[in-house]
Design a protein around this ligand. Sequence first.
Ligand code: IPE
Ligand code: IPE
Ligand code: MG
Length: 224
Amino acid sequence: MNPLNHVAIIMDGNGRWGVRNKNSRNAGHKAGLNTVEKIIKETIKNKIKFLTLYAFSTENWKRPKKEIKFLFNLLESFLEDKIDDLNKQKIKLKIIGKKNFSLKLNNLLKISEKKTSKNKRLQINLALNYGSKSEIINAFKQLEQNKETINEKNLNKYLQTKNIPDPDLLIRTGNTKRLSNFLLWQLAYSEIFFEKKLWPDFNEKDYNKIIRKYRSIKRNFGSI
Ligand code: IPE
Ligand code: IPE
Ligand code: MG
């Protein structure tokens, strides 16, 4: 049985779900939040220590302003409502990506990280305004500035995922098979599952099915 320390998820398909079921992409984003809560609970039940959720990519700024605004308002009210509850559950929240949102959201994110920083049961890394290519370039720039040797260990220090083990398992919902600039370095040896269901339809049963399959895979890491 493979150990499972870190699950990363590309939560895709909200927009299509919303259009299909409620005639509005934004309704899909709202519905997607319920799945986030279900999956967090199930991650704790499975005693997994790290959960990384891709919520907004650096490329997602290309979307209509109205949709972007809705998404960040949704995140804002989610954090305002739930951060104390997450804290009680001993969940640590970490943002990966560049915090360059409204002053209010930037502060809320910082406060939420600080409030939960000592928690040890589960670390949730929320990828927000995150892009893997710029993360890697940034890391190289820092190596150069500090005149450090270029090797894996030193590079890892300057990635936003420093001190976080690489994902064992990547799940992408929404019936699309691509990485969309997510954790390109860190996913080098992850087991990848592409799930047909749209994110709002994804549930605990689907998640556990993938976890069971993951546990039974023979992971080689180049060996035999
Ligand atoms: C993923 O769902 C959520 C975000 C990118 C914020 P999408 O909004 O990409 O949903 P689809 O792929 O258009 O259905
Ligand atoms: C990836 O989904 C980003 C998130 C889930 C946050 P997208 O829906 O933006 O990806 P592409 O554009 O279809 O590749
Ligand atoms: Mg999408």
